[in-house]
Design a protein around this ligand. Sequence first.
Ligand code: GLV
Ligand code: MN
Ligand code: MN
Length: 425
Amino acid sequence: MADAAGGGRNLRVDGDRLWRSLMDMARVGATEKGGVCRLALTDLDKEGRDLFVRWCEEAGCTISVDRMGNIFARRPGRNPDAQPVMTGSHLDSQPTGGKYDGAYGVLAGLEVVRTLNDLGVETEAPVEVAVWTNEEGSRFAPAMVASGVFAGAFDLEHGLSRPDPEGRTLGEELERIGYAGDLECGNRELAAYFEAHIEQGPILEDEEKTIGVVSGGQAQRWYEITMTGQEAHAGPTPMLTRRDALLGAARAVDAVNRIGLSHQPGACATVGMLDARPNSRNVIPGSVFFTVDFRHPDDSVLSVMDGELRTVCEAIAADIALELEFEEIWHSPAVAFDAACVEAVRSGAKECEYTYMDIVSGAGHDACYVARVAPTGMIFVPCEGGISHNEIESATSEDLEAGCNVLLHVILEFAGPARRGSSWA
Ligand code: GLV
Ligand code: MN
Ligand code: MN
């Protein structure tokens, strides 16, 4: 039988059960190409949440939901007053998302709870598994908004009033699916927060390492830009008098790419959404809305990129006689995770005898906000070809199990001392 003494060094999760849970969750919103479409606060998101809640209740956890719809499943510890150790991630996905982005971190947390139950391990501190609302920022911008409210980065009203493209607010949709909880957001102490996630980039695979010891996350800035010219007939309107908004946007898309390329290594620059009006083949576009996503590990470089974007958009607008609306809607600064949490992930990987390396997260994660209010760390595992935000996203059962074993170790280290043979079974 597994020995829980000494921090539970020999304990291991059930990788097959973790895999089955991931595959069961992936059926909720499954797409034909093998991915998942479970946009935040849709009926499918509710179905995924309900499934998670049922599994957690079956595992003996109590459930609470806060006013941003964040779900917390709590496994009691020996000391109910001890600060809980929290883990988790998100269940919402991109429109053409994969099976693992977010769901892995949530279900790895559940697998840790189930393992502790199976082995009869009682921890000193409670262990909580969190599901954060709307991590992706795909339906309601910005990303990570609900962990942001939890951490005090946004006020509650800002979070609840985020609109989707049809004008429905995050708060209305939370009410509609029955996940507008009454727990106050945040304002409580955690012993630590750990999030397991697929890397979503190619580094671990290229370096042939199983575990990414995440030292922090890069800075991000999101923009919404509208260029307005004049709709006009595609035939009679001379080329030289046109105020073509899509031409302006096209130049801006190219400029965004060039800004990204000119700040290597490190910069990422993406136009992911573009909406041309009236979108008719024989009408010169009168207005175009588009988004820009800038990232860099160094905030000061991101500020330079910000300045370049503003300058180039103004120059394009002036050249084509367009009106320019330019709004920065989100700025999430670079974050360094807690040294003790990072070290715990490293020693967890070492103890389990997995290959590992330090890594900076290219993606945004709820951990980046939670790090403002609790000691935080992250565990990455490889995904095939580094592909994510894509229905073909893929990860091996072995790597997912390895990340979950490291999660078990760090949770036991912070929630311990673990004791086996208690009444918890
Ligand atoms: C979230 O997935 C992000 O990094 O944009
Ligand atoms: Mn994610
Ligand atoms: Mn994502």
